[in-house]
Design a protein around this ligand. Structure first.
Ligand SMILES: Cc1cc2nc3c(=O)[nH]c(=O)nc-3n(C[C@H](O)[C@H](O)[C@H](O)COP(=O)(O)OP(=O)(O)OC[C@H]3O[C@@H](n4cnc5c(N)ncnc54)[C@H](O)[C@@H]3O)c2cc1C
Length: 360
């Protein structure tokens, strides 16, 4: 396998192994002969990036050894600091038909972000069939009204403080790793959820929403509807409709804003280079310390653009750069097996005179 020893000790990333659309295995190498600045940029997301680093031998040595993975760099912090912003909220069956809408901002309080998604047909949602205590007033009123449609009023807070970890289950890249986010382990996170839920309940009880709300539906009915929905596999506690703390814990959901695993300052430096490894960067949400209170995609895209520009600028400064670019597109459905990182020197198969830009 193509590799080099840097400074006599530091491992250096040299290529990737991937499968094409026909399932054929390929290895692509950096062309360091013509461009010493060439490198691999890993952007497989908060779950994919730590997973691929570990499969490539960069991770906690003991765990990698136990799976039979050759350790290239003992880095116990890969896969740590996994966090996900919990989603909390309520379902509101409306008395009037409301147009279908994607997430719309309701309001922003101190570190609390509230959105609404409207216009779902009550009968098409599992809330109808799955609600075990169909005696609830809210359920009966909504179910009896065929024109009823639902709104979700949802909250997110910046952060969170609670963190967990990601662990490989096997050496098969197709196996999902185990991920634990430890939602609400930090009391402050729970406090913020309760604060956000109180704000949501205030919105529901507002004069503006009164004509959309079924007359006999109490706030507790609405909480109960949500508690009875199969939003997660957690056990439900009897006090989930009377204690907002328990409600937050029992009905926790995800906004899919998970992040961490290759955190900046721990796994990557401020230049997003993997600490202790040459020619390898990670640029995605896995490097985030926290996710912005709002939706993170724009921030992640700007991170990619910002670091991409910095990489281009530093390349341009090198006078010996080859000007041609070679873009190599890979079918997104195909999986990278690993990044080749090694200390052993062997022969190269160069992709001659091109800077290698790997796009996924
Ligand atoms: C259902 C859903 C809805 C969302 N809605 C919003 C929204 O409305 N607004 C918003 O801002 N954010 C939203 N998000 C969150 C947002 O999509 C993520 O925060 C963001 O995409 C993360 O960016 P990333 O670059 O870190 O990872 P990703 O965007 O996940 O990119 C990682 C890429 O790497 C690929 N990959 C992973 N492993 C491998 C492998 N082994 N081989 C090859 N390829 C691999 C993946 O297929 C993926 O294409 C949503 C997320 C989900 C799941």
């Amino acid at each position: 396998m193509n590799s080099q020893v840097v400074d006599g000790s530091r491992p250096k990333a040299e290529g990737v192994i991937f499968y094409d659309a026909n399932g054929r295995k390929h290895t692509a190498y950096l062309n360091n002969a013509s461009c010493r600045a060439s490198e691999i940029v890993l952007s497989a997301g908060a779950i994919g990036s730590p997973q691929l680093l570990m499969l490539s031998g960069i991770g906690p040595a003991a765990r990698l050894h136990s799976l039979g993975i050759e350790v290239v760099l003992d880095q116990p912090l890969v896969g740590q600091d996994m966090a996900d912003n919990p989603l909390y909220g309520l379902i509101m069956p409306y008395t009037k038909s409301i147009p279908l809408s994607t997430a719309t901002v309701v309001g922003i309080l101190d570190k609390i972000y509230i959105e609404t998604v409207n216009g779902y047909d009550f009968s098409s949602l599992s809330v109808g069939s799955a609600a075990p205590t169909q005696s609830s007033t809210a359920f009966q009123e909504a179910a009896a009204n065929s024109t009823t449609n639902l709104g979700f009023i949802l909250g997110k807070f910046k952060g969170p403080i609670s963190e967990g970890y990601l662990q490989l289950q096997s050496t098969n890249v197709s196996d999902n790793p185990n991920v634990r986010f430890n939602y609400y382990q930090a009391e402050e996170d729970l406090r913020r959820c309760v604060h956000g839920m109180k704000a949501i309940i205030d919105v529901l009880n507002s004069e503006s929403l009164s004509s959309y709300r079924f007359r006999n539906t109490t706030t507790r009915d609405l909480l109960e509807m949500m508690v009875n929905m199969p939003v997660n596999l957690r056990p439900r506690h009897p006090n989930a409709t009377t204690s907002l703390e328990q409600y937050c814990i029992d009905t926790v959901m995800t906004f899919w804003h998970y992040h961490g695993g290759c955190r900046i300052g721990k796994v990557v430096g401020r230049d997003y280079k993997v600490i202790g490894v040459e020619s390898l960067r990670v640029i995605d949400a896995s490097t985030f310390v926290f996710s912005p209170g709002t939706n993170p995609q724009a921030t992640i895209m700007m991170l990619g653009r910002s670091i991409g520009l910095r990489i281009l600028q530093s390349r341009r400064r090198r006078s010996n750069l080859v000007s041609q670019n070679f873009s190599f597109k890979v079918d997104k459905t195909k999986l990278f097996q690993e990044i080749r990182v090694s200390r052993h020197k062997v022969n190269k198969t160069p992709i001659s005179k091109y800077i290698f830009n790997f796009e996924i």
